[in-house]
Design a protein around this ligand. Structure first.
Ligand code: APR
Ligand code: PHB
Length: 397
């Protein structure tokens, strides 16, 4: 088999890249290790920047998002039970859209199915070859039979544990990493959200987040030690802990019920550099991880993919390698800003083991500074909603 671009991984990054390329007449094959249902069963974050929504529109996969997504004009931060709302709309005229990543993935899969583009699920033993030359190939096994695809480019969109980054010689790669000694215990529940907007809470018992998926479905998190086991957390224990970390009025309003999903996610910051190795590109979680506090993971993956799609479209249309040559540096500039913001938001909101009294007073001072200074609040709003400069222009379809 031969195609133009082989995409490894059918997460949001791989599916979106496939869509943006197909719409420009560039042929792709997606190879995914898991089944479609497995991919759609993963529960992940759900806050979309305006630039992300624009790219999904561009991919022709935003109809349901516009019908069902919830547009939020701000968020609240709570410190020791004192809440403050940051009005993004008023501060900088921007909003975010709350729409689950699972739904984004679903919409992109549907759009790909409708276009007839080739996706192969449940493949084993994917391996990448010859990407340092002009004729890369990708091998895989499907139902016990080995196959090979010849291509022009390989896009490694296969997440943190994927094969793409692992295929690059260690000497060609520099990685930067910070693991946090805590995680988020998350619960999904079929109850209306406690508040119209998200509440991020710093409490002496630890961080908590009140999020949502729709008017009837909520997502809540509490900070726990990273080694904590889900089975030690009954629903009652979770709700008791969450209530204690919220201000009394919010705790009173909280509607609880049986959890429909419960899991612990570790927090990690990670960046691999560079993102291009000859004709192999890394995008999304394959290249970087942010702690979820700034809600940047999906947005960052989408931004990489927008840049990569631009670069590949430019290559096929104009035979220009400029976009390809600049992909890594351009993406990394944006990635490091998101790493910085996610690290900052994580540090001011969590109970960090090494935090002494001085550190706790500094966290409080950050909160007061954000409340008192429109400039500081605007910088927060700009980073949370996605920097204006990160908007991507794609040529006409
Ligand atoms: N071969 C084929 N597919 C693979 C392989 C492999 N060796 N390894 C992993 N995959 C698949 C995974 O099964 C997964 O479906 O690659 C896909 C990667 O998808 P994601 O992990 O969702 O990563 P990405 O598309 O970059 O999306 C980034 O996911 O983790 C969140 O915060 C992150 O929201 C962000 C988003
Ligand atoms: C979520 O809804 O899962 C969510 C929202 C905001 C975050 C992280 C996760 O910062």
């Amino acid at each position: 088999m031969r195609t133009q671009v082989v995409i490894i991984g059918a997460g949001p990054a791989g599916l979106l890249l496939g869509r943006l390329l197909e719409l420009q007449g560039i042929e792709t094959v997606i190879l995914e290790r898991k089944s479609r249902d497995y991919v759609l069963g993963r529960i992940r974050a759900g806050v979309l920047e305006e630039g992300t929504v624009e790219l999904l529109e561009r991919a022709g996969a935003a109809q349901r998002l516009h019908a069902e997504g919830l547009v939020h004009g701000g968020v609240e931060l709570s410190f020791g039970g004192e809440r403050h709302r940051f009005d993004f709309k008023k501060l900088i005229g921007r909003t975010v859209t709350v729409y689950g990543q699972t739904e984004v993935t679903h919409d992109l899969m549907d759009a790909r199915d409708a276009s007839g583009a080739h996706s192969i699920y449940e493949v084993d033993d994917v391996s990448l070859h010859g990407f340092d030359g002009a004729s890369p190939t990708v091998r895989y096994v499907k139902d016990g039979v080995g196959h090979e695809i010849a291509c022009d480019f390989i896009a490694g969109c296969d997440g943190f544990h994927g094969v793409s980054r692992a295929s690059v010689p260690a000497t060609a790669l520099t990685t930067y990493e910070r693991a946090y000694p805590f995680g988020w215990l998350g619960v999904l529940v079929e109850k209306p959200p406690v508040s119209d907007e998200l509440i991020y809470a710093n409490h002496e018992r630890g961080f908590a987040l009140c999020s949502q998926r729709s008017h009837t479905r909520s997502r809540y998190y509490v900070q726990v030690p990273v080694e904590e086991r889900v089975q030690d957390w009954s629903d009652d224990r979770f709700w008791d802990e969450l209530r204690q970390r919220l201000d009394p009025e919010t705790a009173e309003r909280l509607q609880t019920g049986p959890s429909i999903e419960k899991s612990v996610a570790p927090l990690r910051s990670f960046v691999a550099e560079p993102l291009r190795f000859g004709r192999l590109f890394l995008a999304g979680d394959a290249a970087h991880i942010v702690p979820p506090t700034g809600a940047k993971g999906l947005n960052l993956a989408v931004h990489d993919v927008g840049l990569l799609a631009n670069a590949l479209i430019e290559f096929y249309r104009e035979r220009s390698e400029t976009g390809i040559a600049h992909y890594s540096a351009r993406a990394l500039l944006h990635i490091w800003n998101a790493e910085r913001f996610s690290w900052w938001m994580t540090s001011i909101l969590h109970r960090l083991p090494e935090l002494d009294d001085f550190g706790r007073r500094l966290q409080r001072a950050e909160f007061d500074h954000l409340r008192q200074s429109d400039a500081a609040a605007s910088a927060f709003a700009e980073n949370y909603t996605g920097k204006a400069g990160s908007r991507l222009q794609l040529g006409p379809a």
